[in-house]
Design a protein around this ligand. Structure first.
Ligand SMILES: [Zn+2]
Length: 507
């Protein structure tokens, strides 16, 4: 599965898939080890905050007190009241709001945020570790590495069988748990599949946009113009790379300026604000202006770009943000990008600080991962902001410091105190009252020495997979990496130990 996701180990992440060298920043100095390899650096940093406290026991609903990242600004202190699947109140004081008296009040001593939205990820691959070419090398564009025999070998245990539920389901579940964020669409929302909000509004293609011929383009336009349930987003990998294989021609082709007959000449797919341009590395000033004028969205994936194309080779983020193009963030996948959204945010911030890109602040990254990300994936009516009436996708981070946005960005899995989707807790501190948990099957989970709960069972039923535990899914993935018992030698991999755990405690 490809797509954007909303979920959260790291917080709620949401979804869209689309796939660029602005290269504006390609010459920027990058520190040894690469930006984002570890600490964010610079500025006053955050520290773990005191443990959460229950201050009023109730029967239904949650009132979360803390530093609240509200649309109108930081509420410190602030409160968020969740009743059922909906946010009821966001204010300095919600204790008098309807439903508050019967809710459980928790002083989180942390930062309360909308769930994080990962604007682009290939979720089902996210049990695979990073692919490190031997010898180390980078590429000019995505058509090069996707045909590299080493890369094909790296992903083969999964890719060779990805259409089978026995492979897809555990992969997708693991990816969702990692983001914690059906076998799918349960621990997180996948914006390009059913997500429980409205209808399936998103189209995507994984292929080159230069392969979109007349008939497909006409069909897409008809879908964007449909009187009922129109497609409101079309996500594409746009110009992923900086040279070769016509990557620099992709934008103009998409915009109806492909000189080859049969490729929707004069029919631009930058249409009605639907376009989600993932990567967008070599876009020119004129193309960026066109993206802005057509209300197109961009997804920035710096960690994956650096790994594949070289340090500093990524979208021209400074100019993109200056122009005000709505921009989301996504690690792409664990094969080349960071493991989850918080790591990607730290990577992005580290790069921006080293390269002197002042537009990329902790607050801006947070917006990219919440409200702007929701617009990117087309779910802004439902999520991305802590506002009364929105769906209660909420994440609580247990850090404190002068800049709550930086405290959020510096959070690791152990700092994620609670993740709610539709008001139901999927991950959180083990010591929180049981009503924060979505059901009675939630399991203990050790997040780098911090006791958590994680709710795995009672997933959508696909082939009897409803009651799988974390250990069950782990075993299935281990077996996939080991290979097929009794299969020919080329399908016996012996790579079970490479399984990427949900949380990397080494960072
Ligand atoms: Zn991708």
């Amino acid at each position: 599965m490809t797509g954007a996701r909303t979920g959260a180990l790291a917080a709620l992440a949401a979804a869209a898939l689309a796939a660029g060298c602005g290269c504006e920043d390609a010459a920027a100095p990058v520190p040894a080890g690469g930006a984002g390899a570890g600490g964010v650096g610079g500025g006053a940093s955050s520290t773990p905050s005191p443990p959460p406290e229950v201050i009023h026991a109730g029967k239904q609903g949650l009132l979360l007190r803390g530093v609240v990242l509200a649309p109108q600004g930081v509420l410190d202190p602030g409160e968020v009241l969740v009743v059922g699947q909906t946010i009821r109140c966001v204010a300095a004081d919600c204790t008098k709001a309807e439903g508050a008296a019967s809710a459980t009040w928790i002083d989180t001593h942390g930062v309360v945020s909308p769930g994080l939205i990962d604007s682009h990820n290939h979720v089902a691959y996210d049990f695979l570790p990073e692919w490190v070419p031997d010898p180390p090398r980078t590429f000019e564009n995505r058509y090069q590495w996707t045909e590299d025999p080493q890369y094909e070998e790296h992903i083969r245990p999964y890719a060779a069988h990805k259409s089978e539920n026995a492979y897809f389901c555990p992969g997708a579940k693991w990816g969702e748990l990692r983001a914690l964020g059906s076998c799918i669409d349960w621990g997180i929302r996948n914006a390009d599949r059913y997500h429980g909000m409205g209808y399936d509004h998103m189209q995507q293609t994984i292929g080159s946009v230069r392969d979109i011929a007349d008939a497909e383009a006409a069909k897409l336009i008809a879908g964007f113009d449909a009187p009922a349930e129109p497609f409101t987003r079309f996500a594409v990998h746009m110009a992923e790379g900086f040279a070769g294989d016509h990557v620099d021609e992709e934008f103009d082709s998409f915009a109806g300026r492909d000189p080859r007959p049969g490729y929707h000449q004069d029919l631009s797919l930058l249409y009605k604000g639907t376009a989600v341009l993932i990567h967008s590395i070599p876009l020119s000033e004129g193309q960026l202006q066109e993206a802005l004028a057509t209300e197109s969205k961009i997804v920035w994936s710096p960690s994956s770009n650096f790994a594949l194309y070289g340090a500093g080779v990524t979208a021209p983020i400074r100019r993109i943000l200056q122009l005000g193009i709505v921009t989301g963030l996504g690690p792409d996948w664990t094969v080349s990008g960071q493991d989850e959204m918080l790591s990607e945010m730290r990577f992005a911030l580290g790069y921006a600080r080293d390269a002197g890109i002042g537009q990329v602040t902790p607050e801006r990254l947070w917006r990219m991962a919440t409200a702007d990300g929701a617009v990117v994936v087309g779910l802004q009516e439902y999520m991305g902001r802590l506002e009364p009436g929105e769906r209660a996708d909420v994440a609580v981070f247990g850090r404190t410091g002068p800049d709550p946005y930086l405290a959020l960005v510096e959070s690791r899995a152990a700092d994620v105190r609670l993740v709610l989707l539709d008001g139901q807790g999927y991950f959180g501190d083990a010591g929180l009252p049981s009503l924060t948990r979505r059901n009675e099957h939630c399991e203990d989970f050790d997040a780098c020495g911090t006791a958590k709960f994680i709710c795995v069972q009672d997933s959508p039923d696909a082939e009897g997979r409803r009651n799988e535990t974390l250990a069950d899914i782990h075993q299935q993935l281990y077996d996939i990496l080991e290979g097929v018992a009794g299969a020919p030698p080329e399908e016996q991999y012996g790579r079970g130990d490479e399984l990427l755990e949900l949380v990397d405690c080494g960072i």
